[in-house]
Design a protein around this ligand. Structure first.
Ligand code: TRP
Length: 460
């Protein structure tokens, strides 16, 4: 079920009209040139859009701390589609991120009926083991369970005050018959995404969440809620520069210098404004005009690129005064790999999916049956060439198995020129997939005992 203009994160339908998605959801296309050491999925246009990724690349270039958060639904077997997120998590980790992994055992209970104990088993032996085999660093990775991290649930509960049923109806298409556990699951996910910023989990720093577009509703909800909690907003000033404005809300009147009757407590207000002005001047801005009565501070000399630094300063003050001080999460979006049979890759359709622990013979059968972009006859193929946009085997090389750009380019040009036949592309895919699966299997066997090293203390 889905509201107008929305994507249902729990549906098996997937839209692949990425241009439309960018426009409709207000995402920004990824500019590969702006990334330091772009990874394979960036270079190939598979990670195609983002929100606020520049905040993260800013941290990378300055060596400032940032985190990456991902979540897994512990139901079913892990397949190739899942590995795409891990590839990105690993890339962020290599660029300096700390990593938090949420085992969405409460969500699996709510939406799939998976018991907590089955969820735990699946998470550890299926997902975390594969994450280890895919190369995450146990020293910089913390896996936790939604059900055993009270802070996540508490945030889900308290941040619930910042939204209402109509918003959830609009985002997720919930209605009167929706199960309440299902309504709570997205709020727990808001807690997942926000909690690494709490002082006990690494403190104030940007967090990036790499996802498929199906998860964007959760990110929109989290960004919206985080912004609503902010005590100070930093906006573009009409006549140039930036303006910092107080946001008076339930629970912060006293700190904002507002009396219970709504009048302004000028003494408290002046003190607050002076504190903010002092911390902004510490950043090197000298021309600062404040209007304590309106609760605004104007910084004509600041540019949009100073916005983040000023916001961080304001968030620190907000925390000092007792607020949550949350940065809205950043996110990246990847394209979906097609299923072998041309539809969505899903654990419930084993014939369309390659699983992380598939036997070689079984993988081989699926690739041989996969939809190809070859022409009906060899003669036509030699003349017209193959179509990579339809060829599943080629796309699997591009998304997963062929890590060398030059080799991939060569396959592409050979195939498109008709020199290479669809069967030959399939055979290359099978060869590379064989190496890939065998390597992963060996790593899983080596790392079985290391799963516990990935667990946060509250997950043991
Ligand atoms: N909802 C996600 C899924 O269906 C799992 C998840 C839970 C998640 N918490 C998260 C994903 C936080 C990203 C970030 O797979």
């Amino acid at each position: 079920m889905v509201g107008p203009g929305s994507i249902d994160p729990w549906s098996s339908e997937q839209s692949t009209d990425y241009e439309r998605i960018i426009k409709q959801f207000g995402l920004t296309p990824v500019d590969v040139g702006s990334l330091p050491n772009p990874g394979m999925l960036h270079r190939r246009g598979i990670v195609f859009a983002h929100r606020d990724l520049d905040v993260i690349t800013g941290c990378m270039s300055k060596g400032d701390p940032f985190g990456v958060l991902t979540g897994l639904m512990p139901s079913g077997r892990m397949h190739l589609g899942h590995s795409m997120v891990i590839e990105q998590v690993r890339w962020f980790q290599e660029q300096g991120a700390d990593v938090s992994v949420a085992v969405a055992d409460l969500e699996a209970l709510a939406t799939r009926g998976t018991s907590l104990s089955n969820g735990r088993e699946t998470a550890l032996h299926e997902y975390v083991l594969n994450y280890a085999a895919l190369g995450l660093d146990p020293d910089k990775t913390d896996v936790y369970f939604q059900s055993s991290r009270p802070e996540v649930q508490r945030l889900g509960f308290t941040l619930g005050k910042r939204t209402n049923l109509s918003e959830l109806e609009a985002i997720y298409g919930f209605g009167g018959e929706t199960n309440l556990a299902h309504v709570q699951a997205p709020l727990v996910q808001v807690g997942d995404i926000v909690h690494p910023q709490l002082d006990d989990f690494g403190g104030l720093r940007p967090i990036v969440v790499p996802v498929g577009v199906d998860q964007d509703p959760h990110l929109r909800l989290t960004r919206d809620i985080s912004q609503k909690t902010n005590w100070f907003n930093v906006k573009k000033r009409k006549s140039g520069g930036l303006t910092l404005a107080l946001s008076v809300q339930e629970g912060n009147q006293k700190e904002m210098g507002v009396f219970e009757d709504g009048g302004i407590d000028m003494e408290a207000r002046n003190k607050l404004i002076a504190k903010l002005v002092e911390s902004i001047s510490e950043l090197g801005f000298s021309d600062i005009k404040s209007n304590p009565k309106h609760g605004t501070i104007e910084i004509p000399g600041a540019t949009m690129s100073d916005r983040f630094t000023i916001r961080m300063q304001a968030l620190l003050i907000e925390r000092e005064l007792g607020g949550l001080g949350l940065i809205p999460p950043c996110s990246t979006y990847h394209r979906f790999a097609v299923g072998m049979t041309g539809d969505k890759m899903s654990s419930s359709k084993p014939e369309s999916t390659i699983f992380m622990d598939d036997e070689i013979e079984s993988m081989e059968k699926k690739v041989k049956r996969a939809i190809s972009g070859g022409q009906p006859t060899v003669e036509e193929h030699r003349r017209l060439g193959g179509d990579i946009t339809k060829d599943v085997a080629y796309q699997y090389l591009q998304f997963f198995f062929e890590r060398e750009d030059a080799s991939l380019e060569e396959i592409k040009s050979e195939y498109e020129s008709g020199r290479m036949l669809a069967g030959e592309v399939k055979q290359i895919c099978i060869d590379r997939a064989t190496e890939w699966l065998i390597d992963l299997k060996e790593k899983r066997a080596q790392l079985e005992e290391s799963v516990k090293d990935f667990l946060a203390p509250d997950a043991i």
